[in-house]
Write a protein that binds this ligand. Sequence first.
Ligand SMILES: Cc1ncc(COP(=O)(O)O)c(C=O)c1O
Length: 454
Amino acid sequence: MLTLNDISKNVIDMQYEVRGALVTRAGQMEKEGRTIVKCNLGNPQELGQRPLSYLRQVLALVTSPDLIGTSIKDQNGNEVIHADLHQRARTIIDITRTVGRYTESAGLEYVRRQVAEFITRRDSIPASPDMIMLTDGASPAVKSVLQAIISSPKTGIMIPVPRYPLYSASITALGGQAVGYYLDEEHDWETNVAEMERAYSEAKKRGIDIKALVVINPGNPTGDVLPEHDIIDTIKFAQEHNLTILADEVYQDNIFNGNKFYSFAKHVLELKADDVSLFSFHSGSKAVGECGLRMGYMEMRNIPTEVYDQMVKIQSVSLCANHIGQVAMGLMVTPPRPGEASFTIYDREYKELQRNLEEKAKLMYEGINRIPGMHTAEIQGAMYAFPHLDLPAGKTDVDYCTTLLEETGILFVPGSGFGQRAGTNHFRTTLLPPKAELASMLSKLEKFHKVFVA
Ligand SMILES: Cc1ncc(COP(=O)(O)O)c(C=O)c1O
């Protein structure tokens, strides 16, 4: 029989805290009838966010093409699905025939073209469908790049700390070395080139062969949006040390308080940094909250064709990304336009979704910073806060989050699950619970905190 001794050490060593022991305990508590406030995972629909109607309606028609052109009325006699969406579904089916077949490994060409046009609209830069791959969300895309790059136990990948555990877990599983560089909490979790240089040179001294640098913008777990000068400095740092950049931009549509998203692709091009290879990742999980559809893409720049072919080969081992997810990605980057019948509903739903998250970011920021001994930087984007906790000597953020869960049912992820400077304590919370629930969560947290630190 297969025993734990037979399992790869890399797999055993791999940690993925956002679904770790506390989550298991919360599951048990739920079975015992306790209510859990799930602030542990950026999973919007789990917490009640509604999908965008146009996207689901086109998918409904595309997955059941016999319904295309059929009138479906609501209780008031109004058409549920507007004619422009029936037309869209017809066009998709004419191109792709059926979502029940495998596609080409890199993904449907017409969707890759739509994605390239989206990048051009977003950044006013040229983009090629031949350098885009459609993927089952950003996670497998990231893993495929790491798989391609990690070639020995000495291969190093620089990752931000606090980090999103996808990176640390995948690097461990693939047998490479994660080289952490700290983000600057004092300055809204920005990147800092001096700190990157420190991390780089210390790892070099240990004989690590650093090949790539990961940047997450907007940040998870930190909720920061990188200013343009950080992006430029990071590209120059990568150029100087011949590092490939992995730019995780899955939260690019979740931006608050007038902050602005700048892509790495635009700046690599503007800096004429033709010798810096760049992989940029985007996903439908956060932009439109469709985590379960597993839709994403990866755009590559300054990558030789032979390397691109290797990336496609890796994807071809899984045949292709989920076909429905590919169609959904095409829909995400081509929402209804003014003048189309479905535009009004789309516009209302999308703005509501954005406004709701922004309001919750404000509520969270004010609620956390009201509590003595707790502080969060401005929540500029993404869907998280990563507050700093002052705790009594001998207490850790794991103690804090464990006791909090047992006593109140609030589920956070301890900061140690993401990495943090030695001697500091944090937790990560999502902004996702409905507003009323968030307000009551914050007041329970305040009461709990006062007792815990007393
Ligand atoms: C920074 C970051 N990258 C990637 C992902 C995974 O995205 P996907 O659902 O597209 O795999 C997440 C999910 O929370 C994330 O926070």
